[in-house]
Design a protein around this ligand. Structure first.
Ligand code: AVI
Length: 321
């Protein structure tokens, strides 16, 4: 029998790149966009005029903090668990309000990066010193498993920023099922979701004039060059975002402008690109009330209410089980 040994990979990034660039069509998982430089570029994206998502969600939380707080608050207090907390800019709107109201709660930001958690804890200590913070380092799955058995008091799970959009709808159902299974009756799940809208507005959000999103996307090539000893030429690729208003999928690609071959030395791999061949790098799925109702139904979550801006650009949904 001809048995070939599967290659051993030093890092999850190495494995994803090997598998993604040896398949057709080529792809790389969007989670690898976020190295140190990627985090920095994403911070810049959130301040871009075209990238409306962050500002709209901030506005929704600011305007409705009282009502949202009333939903979260409970007699025995609550634990506020945030998946992918980042710099916590939007969450701080809620935390400040909870402090003013003297709510009995603890804030548990979850992130894979210890560095992100340390920075967040430090900024909270300076800006809202009263908040009791208990950082949880790990993947969402690890932390959700850990929290599933915790029944001492009400849990409110936050998932802001339309991060759900970076999963395909099928992946989103699987993820929301995990959330639902970590919840007990009375617990809540609060999720921010970018909505279907004028296709041009969505497309512009992923194709800003200053080229920050292009740099963010191409940072994957920079990362492969550095971490996997590859020789990608950044000028041989164009950043190409697309939006399909029927499915709600905004997808980003890197498109090779010429036929060429790239060496990825750490993987002992030669990757051939045809002229105009693509690498799919990200999905930013947009939803509406109908597709959110479908997601919730599939995942076993019950939608209890939602808040939006005037034009329904962005919505924050509250679910229970
Ligand atoms: C983090 N995530 C929700 C962003 C999005 O809109 O999909 C990431 C992003 N990619 C390009 N611009 C922003």
């Amino acid at each position: 029998m001809n048995q070939t040994k599967p290659p051993e990979f030093k890092t999850p990034f190495a494995e994803d790149v090997f598998k993604g660039l040896t398949s057709y069509p080529k792809k790389i998982s969007s989670k690898f966009l976020y190295d140190e430089k990627g985090d920095e570029l994403f911070q810049k994206i959130m301040d871009l005029p075209e990238y409306y998502l962050t500002g709209k969600e901030y506005q929704i939380l600011m305007r409705n903090r009282e009502e949202i707080g009333n939903e979260f608050a409970s007699f025995e207090g609550f634990d506020l668990i945030e998946l992918g907390a980042g710099d916590g800019k939007k969450t701080k709107v809620l935390l400040r309000h909870f402090e003013e109201k003297n709510y009995d709660y603890k804030y548990l930001p979850v992130d894979i990066s210890r560095n992100v958690l340390d920075q967040l804890s430090e900024s909270l200590e300076q800006e809202i010193p009263g908040v009791e913070v208990s950082p949880q380092q790990g993947t969402y799955a690890m932390v959700l498993n850990r929290l599933a058995d915790y029944r001492e008091r009400k849990k409110v799970i936050l998932f802001l920023g339309s991060n759900i959009g970076n999963l395909t709808p099928e992946e989103a159902v699987a993820f929301l099922k995990k959330i639902a299974s970590a919840m007990n009756p009375g617990d809540m799940f609060f999720m921010g979701v970018d909505q279907k809208k004028d296709p041009q507005v969505i497309l512009d959000a992923y194709n800003d004039k200053a080229g920050v999103t292009e740099a963010f996307n191409k940072n994957l090539l920079v990362r492969m060059n550095r971490e996997l000893e590859a020789d990608f030429d950044l000028d041989a690729f164009v950043h190409w975002p697309l939006y399909n208003p029927e499915t709600g999928a905004a997808k980003s690609y890197l498109v090779s402008t010429k036929e060429h071959t790239v060496q990825i030395n750490a993987l002992n791999l030669e990757v051939h690109f045809q002229k105009w061949e693509t690498i799919h790098t990200e999905v930013s799925q947009k939803y509406d009330d109908t597709s959110i109702a479908w997601l919730a139904e599939e995942a076993g979550l019950k939608l209890s209410r939602s808040w939006a801006d005037k034009e329904n650009t962005f919505k924050n949904y509250l679910f229970q089980i």
